[in-house]
Ligand binder design. Structure first.
Ligand code: GDP
Ligand code: MG
Length: 163
C-alpha cells in the first residue's frame, strides 16, 4: 500500500492548489484502494521511485455543530484517520487564525505524524513572517508556494521521511 498524505487546513489556504502540485492523476485511483472512502479527492503522486497517495479535503471547522461545516469536519477527520502523514496547511500571508488554533489542537490530541506547512510563502523572509506559526505547538514550519511550485520536492521528502 502506498503511503497516504492528507492535506488539512481551513478554507482558502491553498490545499487544492497544493494537491494539484503533488498529484498527476486524480480521483480515478479511488477504485484501486478498498477501504478509502469515496467522498473526497484522491490522487497519486511520485517522486523518484517513491509513490504516494494524496487526499484533499474541503475544509475544517472542528467546533461547528451544523450544516456544511459539520460535513467538512467529518470529511477531514476521516481523511486524517486514513492518513499516514497529515500535512496541515496554513496561510503565510493571512497569518495565524483562530481556526488554525482549533485544527492544531485537534491534531495534537490525535498524536498523528504531522507536518506544518505555510503556503503562499513566495518571496517572504521566512524566519520573520513565519515565526508566529510556532505558537501552534506542532514544531517546524515548512514554507512552500503551491502556486509557484516552490518547496514542493522538499515537502514530499519530509512527508515521506515521517513514515
Ligand atoms: P483551499 O480552499 O485550501 O483548497 O485553497 P485553494 O487551493 O482553492 O486556494 C485558495 C486561493 O489561494 C486561490 O485563489 C489560490 O490561487 C491561492 N493560492 C494557492 N496557493 C497559493 C500560493 O502559493 N501563493 C499565493 N499567493 N496564492 C495561492
Ligand atoms: Mg480546496
Amino acid at each position: 500500500m502506498k503511503p497516504v498524505i492528507a492535506l488539512v487546513g481551513r478554507p482558502n489556504v491553498g490545499k487544492s492548489t497544493l494537491f494539484n502540485r503533488l498529484t498527476k492523476s486524480r480521483d480515478a485511483i479511488v477504485a484501486d484502494f478498498a477501504g478509502l472512502t469515496r467522498d473526497r479527492h484522491y490522487g497519486t503522486g511520485k517522486q523518484g521511485k517513491h509513490e504516494y497517495i494524496v487526499i484533499d479535503t474541503g475544509g475544517f471547522e472542528p467546533d461547528a455543530s451544523s450544516g456544511i461545516y459539520r460535513e467538512m469536519a467529518r470529511q477531514t477527520q476521516q481523511a486524517v484517520a486514513e492518513a499516514d502523514v497529515v500535512v496541515f496547511v496554513v496561510d503565510a500571508r493571512a497569518g495565524l487564525s483562530g481556526q488554525d488554533h482549533d485544527i492544531a489542537q485537534y491534531l495534537r490530541r490525535l498524536g498523528k505524524q504531522c507536518l506544518l506547512v505555510a503556503n503562499k510563502a513566495e518571496g517572504m523572509l521566512e524566519g520573520v513572517q513565519l515565526s508566529e506559526f510556532y505558537e501552534l505547538g506542532l514544531g517546524e514550519v515548512y514554507p512552500v508556494s503551491a502556486a509557484h511550485g516552490q518547496g514542493i520536492r522538499g515537502l514530499v521528502e519530509l512527508a515521506l521521511e515521517r513514515l
